[in-house]
Design a protein around this ligand. Structure first.
Ligand code: GLP
Length: 238
């Protein structure tokens, strides 16, 4: 694992922006695996800036997002579809038909998950962006005694419901389930960039850095991948 320790959030975001922009320049029809949460917001702002300055174009880029609450209407301002439109897609020249987020209103969840995995496989993710939950989750793969390889519906842990309630009126309004790519779908990306910022992620990062695999810290599964860059702020590192 390549580790880049940054002094702060701005530097972390800049490093990630440079890496993603370099890919978009060298492979204009690349597939980006995207994440939500506050951590990648600076990256998305950086990409919008590079688009606005004419440095990069997203006209041929495809995207697949890691996860979505379930059930949730994509028009709900707390949905991950809404987040992605607002933070990135609405500000760049991407074809929205080429942007994919699991459907929070899918009636047949099994079918939605199987089709999402097919899509991820067909597109082939060049760079997967990951954040990390303070309990070590990636996407919505929560700590458990076992982990699921493919896209699936999952119950959110109380810890995650509480952590994410800051975006909702109250914890009661946070959906209790989510659709998420599985560990196998995530590891199928050619390259992984994990962004981590903030002292409340320190414990999860320490576990990741042992190099071992813990199902109670799903982020450690990226230790199985041979092209991972961890871009981490000083306060989250050791
Ligand atoms: C959310 C998302 C994850 C994200 C994580 C951390 O629940 N499902 O993909 O990495 O929580 O969020 P934040 O970056 O806001 O700390």
């Amino acid at each position: 694992m390549k580790i880049i320790v940054c002094k702060d959030y701005a530097e972390m975001s800049k490093k990630a922006t440079e890496m993603v922009a370099a890919l978009v320049k060298s492979k204009p029809d690349c597939t980006l695996g995207l994440a939500t949460g506050s951590t990648p917001e600076g990256l998305y702002a950086g990409l919008v800036e590079k688009y606005e300055s004419g440095e990069i174009s997203f006209a041929k880029v495809n995207t697949v997002n890691l996860d979505e609450y379930y059930p949730i209407d994509p028009k709900n301002d707390q949905s991950y579809r809404y987040f992605m439109n607002q933070k990135l897609f609405d500000h760049i020249d991407i074809n929205k038909n080429n942007t994919h987020v699991p459907n929070g209103l899918a009636k047949d969840v099994e079918k939605e998950c199987a089709e999402y995995d097919e899509l991820v496989k067909k597109l082939g993710v060049d760079i997967q962006i990951l954040g990390i939950g303070r309990n070590g989750h990636i996407g919505f793969n929560e700590p458990d005694t076992y982990l699921v390889p493919g896209t699936h519906v999952t119950d959110l842990t109380q810890n995650t419901i509480e952590a994410n309630s800051r975006f909702f009126a109250s914890a009661d309004e946070v959906p209790k389930k989510a659709l998420t790519m599985g560990i196998g779908s995530i590891l199928s990306a050619k390259q992984i960039i994990m962004l981590v910022s903030g002292a409340n992620k320190k414990e999860a990062v320490a576990k990741l850095l042992t190099g071992n695999l813990y199902t109670d810290c799903p982020a450690t599964m990226i230790n199985l991948h041979d092209d991972v860059t961890l871009i981490v702020t000083e306060d989250a590192y050791r």
